[in-house]
Design a protein around this ligand. Structure first.
Ligand code: 4AD
Ligand code: MG
Length: 455
């Protein structure tokens, strides 16, 4: 007999009859004549109740070992449940212990702190919360591909090792080879020159957009920022679409449509898990997600945003000043307090942005945009790219970058240049928004942050 997953059993309209399920014991209650076993196989939040009669063959041997965390295979008939809260339960005809769980299995009791659960990142997916987080993560990854594939975008796998610093912030991890203790640098370097883990697939993505029109990348990116916040990770995943024949407006339209699509998809397809987050993590979650699904985003230029912040007379740790980056407290004030909805801020001062962004006609700002959402702040960053050869060359010089190194990037402007635009959606930031989970370390399986790369 082959295994049926618990989610399939629980959602069946009629009894699937005699079947086998496998999973891990969450709890067990014994009475004289039988035991109730709550089984979970991670396919859904709900446990499946199994009733094991004391008359079952081998009962005396296996029952003592069915402690929390132990794994079992159970065969039996699915019958309508007499208890409340579940439709189906199983009357077991055979129970096979697959693996005992030692007494010190750490997820016995509820109410562990998130910090403690991070220290057992190999076991935390067996808890309700983390099971739910990683099911939603999987669904969102699938839906992201679906969103782009439905619109004819081509998926491009951009490299993880690169010699360029796309964002120009110098926050990169260097890749070196080891020979025992000796690190090879200079001429002996593996690639003959310094190489790094990518901070963004954008520049390589642009080359493919300038051939296939609409492309996207979805992969891991790395940043050696020494940020100790709940929203920064050293390794995170990013979705980066790049669209030829597209300007800033088209770029903002696509970013907003994508966030809405994913929120709607989560509400429809992860309802049980979201309901759980709404109960135990963030009471306002469902309402906020429905709001984002149904209402348009506000759009505001950087200059207007600065005016709003100054006029608000709100107290900020970092002063608001035209020409400076918006700090996370400013972003959150705009989206949470002032607009009380997601907003897209556009046209930032050129001086605080990377070399590749398209200069606006005012000569001072660039066609950049960030999408900000309540509770998190920036979730998307993007721009229209500078497609004019002469201005791109000027920008390279201004940013102290050598044209020789960027020759291939400049070539895209020499051979059939086109207006094009794109953005990066931080996958973990999106997951924090959709689940209400407050710390980025809790939406990625094995978080890497300054000082921590366990597992
Ligand atoms: O705004 P960023 O730096 O933009 C880029 O990298 C562009 N090259 C993207 C593009 O236009 N193709 O990063 C994009 C997004 C941010 O909005 C944020 O959601 C996320 O990536 N992000 C991080 N997420 C987690 N930890 C970090 N340290 C992050 N840094 C950026
Ligand atoms: Mg950004």
């Amino acid at each position: 007999m082959s295994r049926i997953s618990i989610v399939d059993v629980l959602k069946s309209d009629s009894s699937p009859g005699e079947i086998q399920v496998m999973g891990w014991v969450r709890t067990k209650r014994d009475s004289k004549a039988f035991s109730f076993i709550e089984l979970n196989d991670g396919s859904c939040l709900a446990n499946f109740q199994v009733i094991a009669d004391a008359t079952l063959p081998g009962y005396g041997e296996f029952i003592a070992h069915l402690t929390t965390g132990a794994s079992v295979a159970v065969t039996g008939k699915v019958v309508e449940s007499r208890g409340k809260g579940q439709r189906w339960e199983m009357q077991a005809s055979s129970v096979e212990l697959l693996g005992k769980a030692d007494e010190d299995f750490p997820l016995q009791k509820k109410g562990h702190s998130m910090e403690f659960l991070r220290s057992i990142a190999h076991l935390r997916p067996r808890s309700n919360l983390f099971g739910a987080v990683f099911r939603v993560r999987s669904r969102m990854a699938y839906s992201i591909h679906r969103f782009f594939q439905e619109r004819g975008f081509v998926c491009v796998h951009t490299p993880i090792i690169t010699a360029l610093d796309c964002e120009g912030a110098g926050e990169m991890f260097r890749v070196v080879t080891m020979n025992g203790e000796e690190i090879k640098l200079g001429d002996e370097e593996f690639f003959g020159k310094p190489s790094y883990l990518t901070v963004s697939g954008q520049l390589e993505g642009e080359t493919y957009a300038c051939a296939l029109s609409d492309i996207y990348t979805f992969g891991p990116t790395f940043r050696a920022e020494n940020s100790h916040t709940s929203r920064h990770a050293s390794e995170f995943w990013m979705i980066e679409p790049e669209m030829a024949f597209c300007d800033l407006i088209g770029d903002m339209d696509m970013a907003e449509a994508m966030v809405k699509y994913l929120v709607k998809d989560a509400l429809e397809n992860c309802a049980e898990d979201l309901e759980f987050f709404g109960k135990f993590v963030d009471k306002g979650l469902i309402e906020r997600l429905e709001f984002v699904r149904d209402r348009p985003f506000e759009r505001v230029s950087y200059a207007e945003a600065v005016e709003i912040l100054i006029a608000s007379r709100a107290k900020f740790e970092f002063p608001v000043e035209y020409g400076h980056n918006l700090q996370s407290e400013h972003e959150r004030f705009l989206t949470e307090t002032h607009f009380q909805c997601p907003i897209t801020v556009y046209n930032y001062p050129a001086d605080i942005k990377p070399f590749y962004m398209r200069k606006n006609d005012d000569g001072k700002t660039v066609a950049a945009m960030d999408v900000l959402v309540p509770g998190i702040g920036e979730i998307v960053g993007g721009s229209q790219r500078e497609e004019r050869l002469d201005i791109l060359r000027e920008n390279l010089v201004k940013h102290g970058l050598s044209e020789k190194e960027y020759e291939w990037y400049v070539d895209l402007r020499r051979f059939g240049t086109v207006p094009h635009a794109g953005f990066g959606l931080g996958f973990e930031r999106l997951l924090m928004f959709v689940t209400g989970v407050h710390n980025i370390r809790d939406v990625i399986p094995f978080p890497r942050t300054p000082g921590s790369a366990e597992f």
